[in-house]
Design a protein around this ligand. Structure first.
Ligand code: BJ8
Length: 428
């Protein structure tokens, strides 16, 4: 990191010693996982820079935004509508939830058999190492799975949390469910207006929609390029772009992803890729992988396969579908925003047939030879739905492997053995 950010971290209430240990582990993990890859696109240097400054420059930018009177909003779910935050000149960031850090502290409040993602955000808070959490004027939670729902009841009193706001979310894709989402987004809009001290207008909301749509369109472009054989970019690097989607300045991110796509288009034209033509192609489907959760993709790609898509909230489930910008009133635009998010087929919905169709469509579009279903241990919605996905895909002759795991590296050897056997099967 180029600057001394310690005074800023101290001001944010971080535990500097523990934070140093986290950054050292993160830096080493990143170097080992990403910088050892061959034939990476030149444009990935931008993401290397972002990651080297993930608790530095980006946090400084957030602090500068706050000093200029803008509000920072942190969240843990793709159901939080960034369009509304941006329309009110706010900054939206995804909060840290991808590492086994501070679990002993987290387990003072949560049962041991809580999913790793929830334990992780408690751990980051309790050990005081997440600058994004501390920089957030408002943390927005949501009633999705039972674990998060109950966890937010106590998360509001945790260190570094300034204010927690919880949105109620539908669990059924019905007319009533849609009406609830419109209602909740309207309430969230009022909350954000009060926080920002500004009013939503048709113009600023359309601008917020355009900015988020531009980010998503860049990700759609990247996703399509991965359909080529050989794949022009590794699954790890594409996952990283999906992860940085939640942190970075929107325009800088959009520009950087589009620049990578320009480069990848040339690679595809020249028939160049990161793996040999004909290398096993895998689609990953399931729970979101937040930074620095790179365990499964790094094992899969170290075994010689290439990941060609993520059916995940940190992936295509989160970024597909643009928000309509038609509407002559703020209310009509909010209804359009709700319509876009209502298509997110998270496993907390029951029943959830759209997700199954999406996994199949992605396997087809990206020419996947097989699907690996990823469940975070103790995540009931995805682990239960994983069985359905596996059975249905196998019926459709799409080989499927189910991996349920946590954030630790203890089972890495075992996973590798299972992945190797799966790759033999799909290319068999
Ligand atoms: S829209 S997937 S981001 S809720 S892994 S905490 S589900 S027990 S993260 Fe998610 Fe929004 Fe749905 Fe997407 Fe619960 Fe499962 Fe843990 Fe999870």
């Amino acid at each position: 990191m180029s600057e001394d950010y310690r005074p800023m971290w101290k001001g944010l209430g971080l535990d500097l010693e523990t934070h140093d240990a986290l950054l050292a582990a993160l830096g080493a993990g990143y170097a080992q996982t990403f910088l050892t890859q061959k034939d990476r696109p030149e444009g990935m240097k931008y993401f290397d820079f972002v990651m080297s400054e993930v608790h530095g420059l980006r946090v400084k930018e957030l602090m500068d935004a706050k000093a200029a009177g803008r509000k920072v909003v942190g969240s843990f779910c793709v159901y939080v509508p960034e369009e509304i935050v941006l329309a009110l000149d706010g900054v939206h960031v995804g909060l840290c939830a991808g590492a086994e850090f501070g679990y002993a502290e987290a387990e003072r409040f949560l049962p041991r058999n809580t999913c790793g993602l929830i334990k992780s955000f408690f751990g980051f808070s309790l050990t005081r190492v997440c600058p994004y959490l501390s920089a957030s004027d408002l943390v927005v939670g949501e009633n999705t799975c039972d674990g998060k729902k109950k966890a937010y009841e106590i998360f509001k009193d945790m260190p570094l949390v300034h204010e927690l706001y919880v949105m109620d979310l539908p669990q059924v894709k019905s007319e009533r469910g849609r009406a609830l989402l419109v209602d909740e987004y309207t309430k969230f809009a009022r909350k954000m207006e009060a926080l920002a001290g500004r009013k939503l207008t048709v113009d600023n909301l359309k601008e917020g929609i355009a900015r988020v749509n531009a980010k998503r369109s860049a990700m759609h472009r990247l996703a399509k390029l991965r359909a080529a054989d050989p794949a022009p970019i590794s699954g790890l690097d594409a996952l990283l772009a999906n992860q940085v989607f939640f942190y970075d300045d929107p325009e800088r991110f959009t520009g950087s992803v589009n620049a990578i796509c320009d480069e990848l288009e040339k690679r595809v034209e020249a028939g160049k890729g990161v793996a040999k033509k004909g290398a096993p192609r895998v689609l990953v489907s399931g729970c979101p992988m937040a930074v620095p959760n790179w365990k499964l993709p790094s094992i899969v790609e170290a075994c010689g396969a290439v990941i060609v898509g993520e059916e995940s909230c940190v992936g295509e489930r989160g970024t597909r579908n643009l928000t309509a910008d038609k509407g002559a009133t703020v209310e009509a635009l909010i209804a359009g925003i709700a319509d876009r998010y209502f298509q997110v087929d998270c496993a907390v919905f029951t029943p959830n047939p759209a997700r199954l169709e999406h996994v199949k469509a992605m396997a087809d579009a990206y020419q996947a030879d097989g699907v690996i279903h990823y469940g975070i241990q103790f995540c009931n919605p995805y682990q239960i739905e994983g069985g359905v996905v596996e059975r249905e895909l196998e019926k459709a002759k799409i080989p499927t492997l189910r991996i349920d795991t946590d954030y630790s590296m203890e089972d890495a050897g075992q996973i590798r053995t299972r992945v190797e056997a799966f790759l033999e099967r799909i290319k068999g």
